[in-house]
Ligand binder design. Structure first.
Ligand code: 17E
Ligand code: FE2
Length: 419
């Protein structure tokens, strides 16, 4: 007796081929996949040939600031730095309830659209650590339907204020999953280098993952990615480390970038680009030609590096738009990074699914295979290309074997007599 039987699935398998199958779920796990399954089941759903995919992975978002756009003022310049100033004011009146309410509302919005794995940054350069405490409580509260990782992120710099380093260590003791950083925003280049070394030390001491906001600036002299790469090589931790944003990489001269790519290939580092926000935040000091301010996604991908796309923000001081939809993110990434070849389009889909799972190190729980937790989504699409082109509706979200959300397709009727 199965708990749930999904009929008529167009299954996007782990090898990226498509199979027309039924999928049976029992005890929250994928129990059987076969062309036709005949068995008793508690609930049967007809997937009507929709594309069945592993869920979306949001590898980079700030849930602590989500849904605060316009509080107390709008980011009129659109720069990273005005965003940081506004957040510095807003974070003076955080409460656990305030952060938890906005984080859970955002997570629900994401889950409805097929996101079941999220990595969120929590600002820990704020003395009460309210944002971190709130997101740790949310991580526990949503764990039956959403896997949430929390990064202890020192928005104002690990050495920006005398207490920030101790706050970081406290955050790790409280249970943050990852340690973050922001070397390009430390007071000096030397502090930036020192911060990266300290992050690796702390990650080893507390056995945590690393996710550093790295070189999120158009300055072609911002070169902390090479420091991250060197630390990754020397510690052997590369696969457990993510370099987020790395937008300056898009501004480096090709001679330096080529050398750096060679080093990076030896590291197993993960890269996270955030195309919706990077295309709006960066390039603000340029006149024309105006840079895209996005990292070298295509080149990293061509070199076999793991690259994922994140949303970064949903309605906050840095980005006032956003709904949490990962197909919007991949669609923008495809355009900005000119990923228009057939394999490149498919890769953009992978950057919001499998590649994100690799970055979050949740691959053992990820993918639609017998014995794995039953996390999957049904998209109104034929394949990855179609899903991206149409930014397909996610009709069903199945989380840990249970139906979590269902969305009907919008219905249009045609009212003109002529063809
Ligand atoms: N903080 C930061 O340093 N960079 C960002 N992109 C966001 C917050 C959203
Ligand atoms: Fe970010």
């Amino acid at each position: 007796m199965f708990d749930l039987l999904l009929r008529q699935c167009r299954l996007l398998q782990s090898d990226r081929t498509i199979a027309e199958v039924d999928i049976a779920i029992k005890n929250q796990v994928i129990a059987e996949i076969a062309p036709t399954i005949n068995a008793n089941t508690r609930l049967e759903l007809d997937m009507q040939g929709h594309l069945i995919s592993p869920p979306f992975v949001e590898s980079h978002i700030h849930l602590d600031s989500a849904l605060t756009a316009g509080q107390h003022r709008w980011n009129q310049s659109g720069t990273l730095f005005e965003g940081i100033e506004i957040w510095r004011e807003r974070k003076q009146n955080l409460s656990l309830e305030d952060v938890k309410r906005r984080a859970i509302a955002t997570l629900k919005q994401q889950a409805i659209q097929g996101v079941l794995f999220v990595r969120s940054h929590a600002d820990v350069s704020e003395a009460s650590l309210t944002a971190l405490q709130a997101l740790l409580e949310v991580r526990e509260q949503v764990k039956d339907w959403m896997t949430l990782q929390v990064v202890a992120f020192p928005q104002d710099g690990l050495y920006g204020s005398p207490q920030n380093e101790a706050l970081m260590e406290k955050a790790l003791e409280m249970g943050a999953d990852c340690i973050g950083g922001i070397p390009h925003y430390e007071l000096t280049r030397e502090d930036g280098v020192k911060s990266v070394h300290r992050i690796f030390e702390l990650a080893q001491k507390y056995d945590r993952l690393i996710d550093i906001h790295c070189d999120e600036i158009d300055d072609d002299q911002s070169r902390f990615l090479e420091v991250v790469a060197a630390c990754a090589l020397r510690t052997g931790m590369g696969a457990r480390v993510a370099a987020s944003h790395t937008t300056a990489f898009g501004s480096y001269n090709n001679a330096y970038a080529t050398k750096l790519l060679g080093f990076l290939r030896r590291t197993e580092l993960n890269f996270i680009a955030n195309p919706l926000i990077n295309i709006t935040l960066q390039g603000r000091t340029d006149t024309y030609p105006k840079r895209r301010g996005v990292t070298r996604v295509k080149e990293l991908w061509q070199q076999g590096m793991n690259v994922s796309f994140g949303h970064d923000c949903v309605q906050d001081p840095w980005y006032s738009l956003g709904t949490g939809n990962m197909l919007d993110v991949a669609f923008m990434g495809l355009h900005v990074c000119q990923m228009t070849g057939t394999a490149e389009i498919d890769a953009c889909y992978d950057m919001v699914t499998w590649n994100g799972a690799k970055t979050l190190q949740v691959e053992d729980q990820y993918g639609i295979e017998i014995g794995k937790p039953a996390n999957l989504i049904a998209l109104n699409a034929q394949d990855r290309y179609d899903a991206l082109r149409c930014r397909a509706t996610v009709h069903y979200v199945i989380s840990q074997g249970k139906l979590l959300a269902r969305t009907e397709a919008p219905r249009t009727t045609w009212h003109c007599d002529r063809e």
